[in-house]
Design a binder for this molecule. Sequence first.
Ligand code: NAD
Length: 311
Amino acid sequence: MKVLITGGAGFIGSHLSERLIAEGHSVTVLDDLSTGRTENLAGLSGHNRFRFHEGTILDPALVGTLTDEADMIIHLAAAVGVKLIMEEPSRSILTNVGGTETVLKAALKDLKPVFVASTSEVYGKATKFPFGEDDDLTIGATKNLRWSYACAKTLDEFLALAYVREADLPATVLRFFNTTGPRQTGRYGMVLPNFVQAALEGRPLLVHGTGEQSRCFGHVADAVEAMVRLMATPAARGEVFNVGNDEEVTIRALAEQVVAATGSPSEIRLVPYETVYPAGFEDMARRLPDVSKLERATGFRPRRPLSEIIA
Ligand code: NAD
């Protein structure tokens, strides 16, 4: 297959690119290098089945040309990261909604299969755990200052599913939960790389709030495995899937595990949200995926343990 990966120079996209090339596919990456890096794709440079295009998903002509040349589109490009989104909410909305619409419209022309990256943040302040794909999305109820990102991703989902219903577009929505592993940087506020870096440098690990908020961390290799299997599953078209690991850990316990794994002398310091975020910030207390739908469709359930992810 010829696969177009938007955002392929980023963390998840670069791992997916490597996997697809290793399986014999051709890969074209479209990325504006805003958070992605060409170094992430260094292992593929010069490969005869790999092409890199520096450009934006906001360019309909470019997206159209690259989509015409592809058999399948994996749309990962997005303005990502807590810090970036809070500093530039309008960019998050413009890129994440406008760019996704451009990609979906290009795919619509010949009804190409397209996978759209969404996020666990669409579950907003949901209080029923674990989060199932058919649960209500309560994003409108949240005062979370990452609202622009969560809303934009929710609109992306609605847009993709509208094209599924109206035009039979073979689109699949991937709701990623915290995905982490090699190449993810802490630059934009990702908690695990930040903790690991602080521990390795002997700096304090700053845990926001009480540290009792929990998350589930999935290994990027598991996310890639899930994507590769869904790509090969025609019944997945038109569906939404949670992609994540359901091993839950509090942020305080995560910090403790990082300190233990690195043998670091770093202290773990609790810092109030107000000292890190603008007033009004509300964090999600838990984010726990139900991944049984993914397992039923593909026979695969992300399982790599947190200890392996930290290592
Ligand atoms: P990332 O920042 O490493 O990757 C995003 C890529 O998109 C970057 O390479 C960036 O340069 C590129 N990009 C941004 N705007 C662009 C534009 N206008 N045109 C072309 N390229 C552009 O982040 P990631 O963690 O690899 O995320 C990939 C996708 O998965 C994103 O859509 C993100 O919202 C989603 N997601 C990731 C996680 C996670 O935990 N990593 C969780 C939920 C959802």
